[in-house]
Design a protein around this ligand. Sequence first.
Ligand SMILES: [Fe+2]
Length: 286
Amino acid sequence: MDNSQSYLQELNRWADETKKTLENTNLPENENWIETITDWKASVIRYLEQGEEIMTEDLQVLQDQGQRILNSMVNYYQMDSVPYGKHQLPPLPYAYNALEPYISEEIMHLHHDIHHKAYVEGLNKAEKALYLNLKDKNIIKHWLREQAFNGSGHNLHTIFWFNMTPNSTKYPIKEIKHQLDKDFGSWEKFRELFTNVASSVEGVGWAVLLWNPRSGKLGVQSIEKHQLFQLADSIPLLVLDMWEHAYYLQYKTDKASYIKNWWNIVNWEDVNNRFVEAKNVKWKLY
Ligand SMILES: [Fe+2]
């Protein structure tokens, strides 16, 4: 038997062993991976059955495919990154009715289960089109816009859910308290400024407290259109959803009450954790 044949048999054995391991686990998506490996194994077997010397280039292609499958699988199960098109809706860190009376259970259901889910699905679709299967290069702009819109929507909602808690300290704490005092004069002054930013958002957008590594200061900003994300390079610490779906059902046009009540459920522990992590990012200051 020549070298390429014995190498093919080795690949075939690897496919069998990996499939067996996956079959014996309850890992998520294991059926998809088994299917992928079975497809690849079929090509290996085709060459084996020909029983002839395989061209070096063909062997290389086969080997690369196997390596890619293995890398994606390791990547997927280690969860050290989110594979393209595989974002998931994070579960709420509290019950749907936990933020009542400030935000109703009905809003939380619609907001999380319908609106946030739609962003996750839109982002996955955009990533698949951009990174895995770009068929029409002429519409790349469309998919970039979809990625920005849905990606910002997914990220901001994820921050938003954790930014809130039924057990709010009601006042900033620890490092973030000191920085708010340092940069804005006092917590009350910051709250007034942030409230004004939130009120200024017209219908669809967000109010954001952010850390600006370029100036070494906290700042506030509104984000009015996800696809035109301003202040790239900055890290949002605290966000308030001012899209109408976030409050209209309960507060109708009384945007001011929504903002005022929302301060009762801010999770300052979370804001502080985000701040401490974000401060590790060190840009050269300009
Ligand atoms: Fe929202």
